[in-house]
Design a protein around this ligand. Structure first.
Ligand code: ATP
Ligand code: MG
Length: 264
């Protein structure tokens, strides 16, 4: 027994009272969430519910009108997206955003660099340390591509890959920065059913293999039911339910939000 108990580690993500207003619209209202290390949690809700807005707030793309967001105990108020990235947050986008003029390998390499914080001066100096780090980054990037079975595409441009492969690359790129929190915004969007099955296996494997908390938005309920330990549901920016996949599936407010009141 420890005679000098220490404060428990801060959660990976702690959100309270999160609110954002766009003109007259409260897109997110009083939102709260707490994610611990290595959890796999879902966020669902009908179109326009405010899901992506929550991710935009957490990743620093939007500043909230109210409430707080803490990443590993650090309040992100006022931080720009790259500073939030440096705290260990990575994301993918509802509409894939890859660097299409760079090769697949460079997409991974640049994402890895961001994490290391090697700046312009280092690049100019071309020091021996810099060159050694470059070689190491390239080796690590190739390794990451290999575990994602993307290595044969290393020198291709993302735009020449199939849609499913681009989605996979975007997830690989997000992981290149070794994040503590990975935000996936509709990773199954636009995928065929074979690719969706592969995505489920991929997310499960990432969750088992990487020391990362995964927070996921998805309209494909089968994907969420299969993967998530817990799911939160929002509608018109308000939280309407929170529970296990089974609790969510049978929750009257959730059924009503998706299907309309006359269905229950
Ligand atoms: N930058 C913005 N300016 C004005 N309104 C915005 C902005 N971003 C989002 N909204 C509005 O906020 C609401 C929530 O949008 P959001 O994109 O978060 O929904 P969503 O739950 O991700 O929906 P979907 O499932 O369709 O992706 C919508 O009414 C949207 O029009
Ligand atoms: Mg969205």
């Amino acid at each position: 027994m420890n005679a000098h108990p220490t404060a428990p580690d801060a959660p990976v993500l702690e959100i309270s009272g999160l609110t954002i207003q766009f003109g007259g619209l409260r897109a997110v209202s009083g939102f709260a969430e707490r994610l611990e290390g290595n959890e796999l949690v879902g966020l669902i809700g009908p179109n326009g519910a405010g899901k992506t807005t929550v991710f935009n707030l957490v990743s620093g793309f939007y500043q909230p009108s109210g409430g707080t967001i803490r990443i590993n105990g650090v309040d992100t108020k006022g931080l720009k997206p790259h500073k939030v990235t440096a705290l260990g947050v990575a994301r993918t986008f509802q509409n894939i955003r890859l660097w299409n003029e760079m090769t697949v390998l460079d997409n991974i390499r640049v994402a890895r660099h961001g994490r290391l914080g090697y700046g312009f001066l280092h690049a100019v100096a071309r020091s021996r340390t810099y060159r050694a780090r470059e070689a190491e980054i390239e080796r690590e990037a190739m390794e990451l591509l290999a575990v994602f079975q993307l290595d044969r595409h290393a020198h291709d441009l993302p735009k020449n890959l199939s849609y499913g492969t681009q989605r996979k690359l975007e997830i690989a790129r997000a992981l290149a920065g070794k994040p503590k929190l990975l935000l996936l915004d509709e990773p199954a969007a636009g995928l065929n059913s074979a690719d969706i099955q592969e995505l489920i296996r991929l997310v499960r494997w990432i969750h088992a293999s990487f020391d990362v908390t995964i927070w996921m938005i998805e309209h494909h309920m089968d994907v969420m039911m299969e993967l998530c330990q817990r799911i939160k549901v929002i509608d018109f920016g308000e939280t309407i339910a929170d529970g296990t996949p089974d609790e969510i599936r049978n929750h009257p407010a959730v059924i009503s939000a998706y299907l309309g009141d006359d269905q229950i």
